[in-house]
Design a protein around this ligand. Structure first.
Ligand code: IVH
Length: 675
């Protein structure tokens, strides 16, 4: 078809829009338009390119799918070597580092840029006149591999830079990594296809980037954060590391938002603790933080020793993976009767905590990982998650290693164990007759997010059930002082406190109560939906599968579990007993419930005095607001309690409305009991 000027203008305009949205989405993590609008623009643009192939350029937004497979990667010499960092583990190493820096610079206090140490692989991106002409791995630091085709498929890597103040030759350095969520999805899909499972996001990122067929890389969820430069010619970059990163952002390069300026060793150590505390909630893996002297002139003065700069240091977190031996594999019975195999381990310190058990999830997992009793295994403990066996070191397998067999009878009550078709979990069929299920159900019921019975911990519940003082949940509310104090390790004060806590728990919310019952698949969010949608316990109890599915996000599986739960006489009896004991909640009105905060996103930070964090969240959600864990430009309000940290700073930087606790109470106009 003949191409007209207006076609070219149209294509250029569309392309500009798509590039703008790519920048907002991939680089700033702050999309401006809904995905559907983006898809529409992309489709229009693809249609134009299909009609007029001469419009397709090497840097078109459609050209991120990978080209012809290579037979090998070409070698690339690095004009400026890609160095590594010296590692430090102890606080004393950091004070010593800062001391050395101050001695050389003769400064009293030094400003550092503090950054997360990303657990991916280093990459060099070479831009000539703003155009990405080559991407290379680090290799041995002097020579790497040309992975340009692969890197071009990573959406957060700009194919050309924005603006006009970048040097004509600019080699940007950064880390390619795979976010945790993408890693999980990738492994799930690999498993379905019967393909290689990756041990961790780092390996997955490395394996994905070093594909000779870039079409495979294109399907992998890789991302980049840029943190440095190599060769710079024909122009200058700002005279400090932090300002350079700001320039990167303007040029369209993605930079981690957690990077901060800090002062002195104490500032570095504060940052280490701050990032350590949020490590498990970051969407990507990090293995420490990096401190870099901020001023470029100071960096030049400090120079390098051997293969690492004297102006930077990596402060690593304690290792999250260690090796140990599986002494035995035992089975635990959970609240829903699920049998979970647990590896009993030779004690080993992982990430600063002694680990003696690790979950093996289920029979399929054991088979997939081929874990046997006597094996040496790698144990992984990431953040707050339960330690798990990551993999077996098969080369260290002893001849007498034993294969684990799932029992056919419940190890606690001796009832039949069944594994339903298509399910990975084997379950004890005894229901609440099984003491293990009763105990676990009670632990869940008493939990902080459920009935919140302070002082009713796991050990005490075991004692109460074993001593036959409580048989079902309802019995908790008829516990008497004399029976309690007679228990081992129970003082008079504790018994009184416990009774007071049990009494206090009687006043709750419908959502908490529904969650506390422990209906399968009914988590906190689902319980809230049910409470909000149906308004009364009776309405939830009486709803059939179809009616339940009229509530938002309730699918057929959850609906069936709910109906099944309420159809069982023993469950109904327990509920009756609980209500008779005096459990109450304010009656919300179904559906007519006003949602004045619909469409608003709140972030809570610091400690509130009149609310627990959970209750504040519940109150906001009941008014239709969304509550998010992190501040972005999409945040409507940040509610600030005492000791608010970096979220407050970020909100101030972004100009987001800040609410103090009294402001918040007024705006919400609610008490926590309103749901
Ligand atoms: S700066 C000379 N910054 O750590 C400066 N590296 O041990 C070298 N890494 O090869 C790199 N996060 O793969 C720097 N924020 C960060 C980093 C980082 C991760 C990796 C990078 C490098 C290795 C050095």
């Amino acid at each position: 078809m003949a191409k007209t000027e207006s076609v070219v203008a149209n294509a250029t305009a569309l392309r500009k829009q798509i590039e703008h949205h790519n920048y907002r989405y991939y680089v700033l993590d702050d999309p401006e338009v809904p995905d559907a609008e983006y898809d529409r623009l992309m489709q229009q643009f693809q249609a134009l390119e299909a009609l007029y192939p001469e419009l397709v350029t090497w840097d078109s937004p459609t050209q991120r799918v990978g080209g012809t497979p290579l037979s090998e990667f070409a070698e690339v010499p690095h004009a400026v070597p890609m160095l590594s960092l010296n590692n430090a583990f102890a606080e004393a190493d950091i004070t010593a580092f800062d001391q050395r820096v101050r001695n050389i610079l003769g400064d009293a206090e030094v400003e550092y840029a503090a950054e997360p140490k990303l657990d991916g692989l280093a990459i060099s991106l070479l831009y000539e006149n703003g155009v990405l002409i080559r991407a290379a791995t680090r290799g041995d630091g002097l020579r790497g591999e040309d992975v340009t085709q692969n890197v071009r498929t990573i959406h957060s890597v700009p194919l050309h830079l924005q603006g006009d103040d970048y040097p004509s030759t600019l080699e940007v350095r950064g880390e390619v990594f795979m976010p945790r969520a993408g890693f999980q999805r990738l492994n799930q899909s690999q498993e379905k296809k019967g393909e290689k499972i990756f041990a961790n996001p780092r390996n997955a990122a490395a394996g994905s980037l070093r594909q000779l067929d870039a079409r495979i890389t294109a399907e992998r969820p890789l991302e980049i954060f840029c943190y440095g430069v190599g060769l710079v010619q024909g122009g200058t970059i700002p005279p400090s590391h932090f300002d350079m990163l700001q320039a990167f952002r303007r040029w369209g390069l993605r930079v981690c938002v957690e990077i901060k300026l800090v002062l002195g060793a104490h500032g570095c150590l504060d940052y280490y603790r701050e990032i350590g505390a949020k490590r498990s909630s970051l969407p990507f893996d990090i293995d420490g933080v990096v401190y870099k002297v901020n001023a470029s002139s100071a960096q030049a003065e400090l120079g390098f020793v051997a293969k690492a700069p004297r102006w930077a240091v990596a402060h690593k977190f304690p290792a999250e993976e260690e090796m140990t031996r599986v002494l035995d594999i035992e089975v635990q019975v959970g609240r829903t009767g699920a049998l979970t195999p647990v590896a009993r381990l030779e004690p080993v310190k992982v990430g600063g905590v002694v680990v003696t058990n690790a979950t093996l999830h289920n029979q399929d997992e054991i088979e997939r990982k081929d874990v046997r009793i006597g094996d040496t295994v790698v144990v992984r403990r990431a953040g707050d998650v339960i330690p798990e066996v990551a993999r077996v070191v098969t080369t260290l397998r002893p001849d007498d290693a034993r294969v684990f067999v799932m029992p056919t009878l419940c190890p606690v009550c001796g009832s039949q164990v069944v594994r339903a078709d298509g399910e990975s979990v084997a379950r004890c069929t005894a229901g609440l007759i099984c003491p293990a299920q009763r105990k676990e159900g009670m632990k869940h019921f008493a939990g902080r997010r459920a009935m919140d019975i302070d002082g009713l911990g796991d050990k005490l519940i075991d004692q109460l059930v074993d001593a036959k003082l409580v048989h079902d949940l309802g019995d908790l509310y008829s516990l008497q002082f004399p029976a309690l104090v007679a228990l081992e390790r129970m003082g008079e004060k504790s018994a009184q406190n416990l009774l007071a806590a049990i009494e206090k728990s009687k006043s709750t919310t419908l959502a908490r109560f529904l969650f506390a019952l422990g209906i399968r698949e009914v988590g906190e969010a689902t319980a809230q939906v049910l409470a909000r949608h149906f308004g009364t316990l009776q309405a939830v109890e009486q709803a059939n599968i179809e009616q339940l599915q009229t509530a938002p996000d309730i699918g057929p599986v959850v609906a069936a579990h709910i109906v099944n739960f309420f159809s069982q006489a023993h469950n109904r009896n327990v509920i009756e007993k609980l209500i008779a004991a005096g459990i109450t909640w304010p009656h919300a009105e179904a559906r007519s419930h006003a949602q004045p905060l619909a469409g608003q996103t709140f972030v809570l930070t610091g400690t509130l005095t009149t609310f627990s964090r959970d209750d504040a969240k519940a109150a906001l959600e009941s008014l239709g607001a969304k509550v998010s864990g992190s501040v972005s430009s999409k945040t409507s309000y940040v509610v600030v309690g005492t000791d608010a940290g970096s979220k407050l700073e970020k909100a101030q930087a972004l100009g987001i409305k800040i609410l103090t606790e009294p402001d918040f109470l007024q705006l919400a106009g609610v008490k926590s009991s309103n749901i």
